[in-house]
Design a protein around this ligand. Structure first.
Ligand code: ADP
Length: 249
């Protein structure tokens, strides 16, 4: 988020470097139930981002001192693989991944019915296989599908997407160049049934009007992501249903 570049990110016709208009998100693909061992899993692509989420639990909470006698905790581990970016990245946890794990756990705790499982932990693993800006949103989108796939009781599933500003334009779903050389990045996640915002961060600067416009665009796009999340779960369960009825014949 340098805000200083000679690179043209939005041309005079309002076209972005990857051919999108300001209000378009990148192509999105979501699949549920992609891993056999996990209780639930999902795979998400948003443009060039490739993200895998796996859920285990509810299960005994480790480390034990984190146990809450009144409810389960959601423990998310966001990890960006060393091969996920072309720059050299040190493998393992860093301040950024600890922060992202925390904000994703907090967003998911808003929808999971944690009070049903005192002392337990619901463990969510997010692996970024390929990164191109927007990985926390792709990770959270995948994690909520994986939680639903695991059969964890939830009030709703959480879609996430970022909006931001580059070359003076308010844009939906920034790509790597727009994120690096733009002026602001605002990832958000919502609970679609109520439009409650469960994740909101802001890196950079915008006017109040630009911020309102960014939020409005991102909330609208979250509803589109939500439809794709539900489609992925329906496809997964119609496949399971077919397998089960096939076995019975
Ligand atoms: P998000 O991926 O949620 O947008 P950031 O804004 O922190 O999170 O990162 C933007 C992008 O910058 C990432 O998606 C990734 O492409 C790149 N990036 C982040 N951290 C690193 C790193 N340590 N090394 C190389 N690239 C990175």
């Amino acid at each position: 988020m340098s805000g200083h570049t000679d690179m043209v990110l939005v041309d005079e016709k309002g076209m972005r470097i990857d051919g999108r208009t300001a209000e378009q998100h990148r192509p999105i693909k979501i699949e549920a139930g992609v891993l056999n061992n996990a209780d639930g899993s999902a795979y998400v692509e948003i443009g060039k981002n490739k993200v895998l989420a796996a859920v285990y639990g509810p299960r005994e909470c480790h480390p034990r001192h984190l146990q809450d006698p009144t409810k389960a905790i959601v423990q998310c581990k966001y990890n960006m693989q060393a091969f996920s970016v072309s720059d050299r990245k040190r493998p393992g946890p860093d301040r950024r991944s600890i922060e992202i794990s925390k904000i994703i756990s907090e967003a998911l705790e808003k929808v999971v019915l944690t009070e049903l499982y005192p002392r337990a932990s619901i463990d969510v693993y997010i692996e970024i296989l390929q990164a191109n800006a927007g990985t926390r949103c792709a990770g959270l989108t995948a994690a909520s599908v994986a939680l639903a796939d695991a059969g964890i009781p939830m009030r709703d599933i959480v879609p996430a997407i970022a909006a931001g500003k580059a070359d003076g334009h308010v844009l939906l779903d920034l790509n790597k160049e727009e994120d690096n050389f733009g002026q602001a990045d605002v990832p958000i996640a919502i609970v679609p049934s109520t439009d409650e915002i469960v994740l909101l961060q802001m890196d950079g600067n915008m006017t109040r009007e630009e911020f309102d416009h960014a939020i409005e665009m991102a909330v609208g796009a979250c509803h589109e992501v939500y439809d794709l999340q539900k489609d992925a779960l329906k496809r997964r369960y119609s496949k399971v249903q077919k397998e089960v009825s096939g076995d019975e014949q």
